[in-house]
Design a protein around this ligand. Structure first.
Ligand code: FE2
Length: 289
């Protein structure tokens, strides 16, 4: 029997118990998907998804951008990545800035399933921010201004700005990590009409830069202010992980961020990324033909 508890005082997010995510009948699935569209973040405490089960569950939401992948500081032979000069640490620390996944790709992600296997004794929670309620709380004049704005989204930009570019660069300027593609930099509107609800929300975060028609400095300060405004406490929720917890979030509507932890302790999370629809999640300059 599905038990749903909405996050108190939040415009999004529900805690769901009593569902076997790996073996759902169609009615349960339909109910769960509708709830997800409405709440954008579902938290399933201590469900301990199996490796194949996590991807199977994710596949109900759409094709995978990539299958279950470890997000972890645990390296080969249990060696811990913890120094900031370490490329693995740079990727993990970069995730601490608010972002939507894969807005720097030609097609932004639809969603992600994320689950906890090993958690540190403190820190390492994950935050989400509702870009729908953020958009709705903007001054109407600003709402109208952002409606026509477009910004580039680039992983080179976000990692570069924070000092987290990988140590080795290829001759063509790319890096051998996911997201550093050599295609045209994705250009996206600041306001997205959600394809399933028709409701508007902001698409911003750390990957966004260089709004068309603004100087570099003007765009940077405008986007920094907008990100700060959008990620105020009333739009944000943080989840403290227990081993076995799993979540699914709507990446078309929510931003998210990692938070710091002591990287001399082990942490291993598993991330399955669900691909966006090319009709509705493609960048303006990567439209399907
Ligand atoms: Fe992310």
């Amino acid at each position: 029997m599905m038990h749903v508890q909405h996050l108190k005082g939040k415009s999004f997010g529900s805690i769901v118990n009593g569902v076997d995510l790996e073996n759902m009948d169609n009615d349960t699935w339909k109910q769960l998907y509708e709830l997800w569209i409405e709440r954008a973040l579902l938290i399933f405490p201590k469900v301990f998804l199996s490796p194949a089960g996590q991807d199977k569950f994710a596949l109900r939401f759409g094709n995978l951008e990539f299958p279950r992948t470890a997000i972890t500081n645990i390296g080969k032979e249990e060696k811990l990545h913890h120094e900031i000069s370490d490329d693995v640490v740079k990727v993990l620390r970069g995730n601490e800035g608010w972002h939507h996944d894969s807005t720097y790709m030609p097609v932004q992600a639809k969603a992600a399933v994320f689950s906890a296997e090993i958690v540190p004794t403190s820190g390492g929670s994950t935050g989400w921010a509702d870009m729908r309620s953020a958009y709705e709380s903007l001054d109407p004049i600003l709402q109208e201004r952002v409606e026509s704005m477009r910004a580039y989204h680039s992983y080179y930009y976000s990692q570069g700005r924070d000092g987290y570019l990988p140590n080795e660069q290829n001759e063509d300027g790319t890096y051998n990590y996911y997201g550093f593609h050599g295609e045209e930099i994705s250009l996206r509107p600041l306001v997205k009409v959600h394809p399933d609800t028709g409701v508007r929300n902001l698409i911003i975060g750390r990957h966004a830069h260089d709004i068309i028609g603004m100087s570099k400095e003007e765009s940077k300060s405008f986007l920094d202010d907008l990100n700060d405004f959008a990620c105020q406490e009333q739009h944000v929720f943080y989840h403290d992980w227990e081993p076995g917890d799993a979540v699914i979030w709507d990446n078309r509507r929510l931003m998210h961020r990692a938070t710091p932890y002591d990287m001399t302790e082990q942490r291993r999370m598993w991330h399955t990324r669900i691909a966006g629809d090319v009709q509705t999640e493609s960048a303006l300059n990567h439209q399907p033909i």
